[in-house]
Design a binder for this molecule. Structure first.
Ligand code: ADP
Ligand code: MG
Length: 205
């Protein structure tokens, strides 16, 4: 099983949106996937409960089904042992960051702690960044791009601020479950991220 952790100590950075859509993508590819939820607010769990019966199946953490993937959503304020434990279990960590000075400042502090984790230092766990709710050609978007580039970590996507994410969330859906004409532009923005996940979870000889 490949395990993807979505984490950023800052609340509202886009973790649950990223985790639920990623689980939805994997399910849409006929993959068996668990969506685990470490957040006491249980937003991902509630989303899963809203998921229509006819949408590609996503399993909750308590399933005894054998799965290929586990996507873990995590709470704001994740740190210390809880962060260490979550990272240790993960093959990949994806950190969504919003384009604002506050979010960038907080992300800097979080990434410093994150990359000091043992499995990341030893290259057993890989970290990638995602710009969240980014409207291109804004001053804030440029600031975020500059910050992410300077970290030296892979920048995997810029997801635009889009009503489709809010609509999908309400319905227990991911953008990958929606009418293609509605989400074409958004799905396009996921392509590098999805390739990176594939490359870093497939063993090459
Ligand atoms: N790309 C996006 N476009 C529009 N709204 C978004 C986007 N990403 C997140 N949101 C909204 O922003 C808010 C915070 O996102 P959320 O994923 O809940 O963050 P976190 O889990 O880090 O607290 C939610 O209301 C969510 O619907
Ligand atoms: Mg959340």
């Amino acid at each position: 099983m490949k395990h993807i952790l979505v984490a950023n100590a800052k609340g509202g950075s886009g973790k649950t949106t990223l985790a639920t859509n990623l689980a939805g993508y994997l399910a849409s590819q006929q993959q068996q996937v668990i969506l685990a939820d470490l957040d006491r607010q249980q937003s991902a769990t509630q989303w899963l409960k809203r998921r229509p019966k006819d949408a590609p199946k996503i399993f909750a953490a308590n399933t005894d089904h054998t799965v290929q993937w586990k996507v873990t959503d995590s709470p704001a304020g994740l740190r210390d042992e809880k962060l260490a434990d979550a990272v240790k279990e993960a093959d990949l960590v994806i950190v969504p960051i919003q384009p604002s000075a506050f979010d960038i400042g907080a992300a800097g502090d979080f990434l410093e702690v994150l990359i000091a984790e043992k499995t990341i230092r030893k290259h057993k766990t890989f970290v990638g960044l995602v710009g969240s709710r980014v409207n291109s050609r804004t001053h804030a978007a440029l600031g975020l791009a500059e910050f992410m580039t300077e970290t030296g970590l892979p920048v995997l996507a810029y997801l635009r601020n889009s009503q489709v994410y809010t609509t999908a969330a309400e319905q227990g859906l991911s953008i990958f479950d929606m009418r293609p004409s509605l989400v074409a532009q958004d799905i396009e923005q996921w392509s590098v991220l999805l390739d990176w996940i594939n490359e870093n979870t497939t063993h090459h000889t």
